[in-house]
Each structure stands twice: as structure tokens, then as C-alpha cells.
Design a protein around this ligand. Structure first.
Ligand SMILES: [Zn+2]
Length: 270
């Protein structure tokens, strides 16, 4: 995928991503240039307000990936800080939405200076969006679509929707950093090891993530290359994955969609 914007806009070199943990295992993400800030999926206003106040930041936009309460519950309280544009999928019930976005939209915020491209990623919900920020290493904010070593549950979409959404993400530049919305990686790795026990990249990831978690650190962001090497939901054409799924569910056909469907159903029970 070509990540050059026709206008040649770049993200500000000063732009930073900060991680705000919320609830049990959610991550809210803040993009800021030390003056202005965008928050992605503010399920809870409190950690966002604390962070803005601590760093003297002015909130200038909210991006929403999908309508679930743990991604939207803080929007109303945050909007009391001023008139704050809320970007998201208009086809989902979102509080205070001001900018209805669609696949392929390219938008550039002025403050902080951040261009982004909109991806439509149905599966977890039908209107689910991803936000791709171009740069030397692109940043992807993908909500509950792609997780560290896993993928979101299919609450509204079909397996075919989710598989196509994951294909879109797998085609991004390998170095793209993946900022998902939950710390699920270790549990997902336990499942992935059932699927591909002999995958050395996965074994290494299990060790790396265990070290990060015991040091109290996030396993997110990961990168597209790491997901392609270790995430079973991106590996449904690998012979080992096909073999494992077919030996557990012998009626499963060997095509990618059938394997993905069976794998997602197995994970739901895992
Ligand atoms: Zn969700």
C-alpha cells in the first residue's frame, strides 16, 4: 500500500504516542506534539484528563474506532473541555460524532500536525475503522481488530469480513507499528502455541512478552512483521495451522476462510 499522501503532508517530527491504561486491560492512545493532543478510543475520561493536565496539553480531536462503551464512554466528559471534533464511523451509534469517516478518507489535522488515512475493518463491529498515520515507520491504530497475536471477537461481522480486514492490515509495510486497544497478548500467545507449538518466532515472542509483563510493561505496540510471523489468525494458509485445525475439527475444509472460521470458534472456547 502506498503511504505517500498526494498532498505530501507529513506527521510532525515532534509527534509522540503515549499509552494510557484504563479499566482491566484497555489501552487509550494519545498522539501529541507537547502542545496539542488527539485521543483515540477514550473509554474513560479520567486517565485522559489526568494526562492532559499533567503535561499541559490541549485536546483538539477524538478518534473512535468503534461504538463499544470501553472505547467511547469518556467522550461526553472530555467534550466539556471545549468544542472537540469527534471522528469515527457514522454508521455506528456514537455519542457526539462530528466527522463521519469512510474507507480511504485522508485527513490532516493542523494541531497537532498529523495526517491519517481511514481503513474500514469490519468484523468485530460492522463499521469498525482503523487509523493509519504515515511516516518513516507508519502507525496503525486498529481498535479491536488485530490484537497482539490474536484478533477481535466477531460480534457483528462474519468470519469473511474479519479475514478481509486482517488481509488489509497484513499488506501494510512490515515495520508498521500496531497500536491495538487491549493488553491480550500473553493469553493470545498461549492459544497460538496450541496451534503452532514449533514456531520459533512464536516461542521467542512468548519469552519476550513474559519478560515485558513481569517488568510491568505493555506488549503493545507490536509490528505487522511480527504479527505475520506469529499471529495464527494471519497464518491460516500455513501448513501447520491447517494441519492443527483439521486434526481438531476434521470436518474443516482446507481453504483459508474455513480454517480461519474454525480457528476463531476454537479461540472463543479456549
Ligand atoms: Zn470492542
Amino acid at each position: 500500500m502506498d503511504l505517500t499522501f498526494p498532498s505530501g503532508q507529513q506527521r510532525s517530527a515532534a509527534l509522540r504516542v503515549s499509552c494510557l491504561p484504563a479499566f482491566q486491560d484497555n489501552y487509550l492512545w494519545v498522539l501529541h506534539d507537547h502542545t496539542h493532543a488527539v485521543v483515540i478510543d477514550p473509554g474513560d475520561a479520567q486517565p485522559v484528563e489526568r494526562f492532559l493536565d499533567q503535561h499541559g496539553l490541549l485536546l483538539t480531536a477524538v478518534w473512535v474506532t468503534h461504538h463499544h462503551a470501553d472505547h467511547t464512554g469518556g467522550i461526553e466528559a472530555l467534550s466539556q473541555r471545549g468544542t472537540i471534533p469527534v471522528y469515527g464511523p457514522g454508521r455506528e451509534p456514537l455519542p457526539m460524532l462530528t466527522h463521519d469517516l469512510h474507507a480511504g478518507d485522508e485527513v490532516t489535522l493542523a494541531q497537532p500536525q498529523v495526517p491519517f488515512r481511514v481503513l474500514h475493518l469490519p468484523g468485530h463491529t460492522l463499521g469498525h475503522l482503523g487509523y493509519l498515520v504515515p511516516g518513516p515507520i507508519p502507525w496503525l491504530f486498529c481498535g479491536d481488530t488485530l490484537f497482539g497475536c490474536g484478533c477481535g471477537r466477531l460480534f457483528e461481522g462474519t468470519p469473511a469480513h474479519m479475514l478481509e480486514s486482517l488481509h488489509q492490515l497484513a499488506r501494510l509495510p512490515p515495520a508498521t507499528l500496531v497500536y491495538c486497544a487491549h493488553e491480550y497478548t500473553q493469553a493470545n500467545i498461549r492459544f497460538a502455541l496450541e496451534v503452532e507449538p514449533d514456531n520459533p518466532a512464536l516461542q521467542q515472542r512468548a519469552r519476550d512478552c513474559a519478560a515485558l509483563r513481569s517488568a510491568g510493561q505493555a506488549t503493545v505496540p507490536s509490528a505487522i512483521a511480527l504479527e505475520c510471523a506469529t499471529n495464527p489468525f494471519l497464518r491460516c494458509t500455513q501448513p501447520t495451522v491447517v494441519h492443527t485445525v483439521q486434526s481438531r475439527c476434521p470436518e474443516t475444509q482446507p481453504d483459508e476462510l474455513s480454517i480461519f472460521t474454525a480457528l476463531r470458534a476454537w479461540k472463543n472456547r479456549f
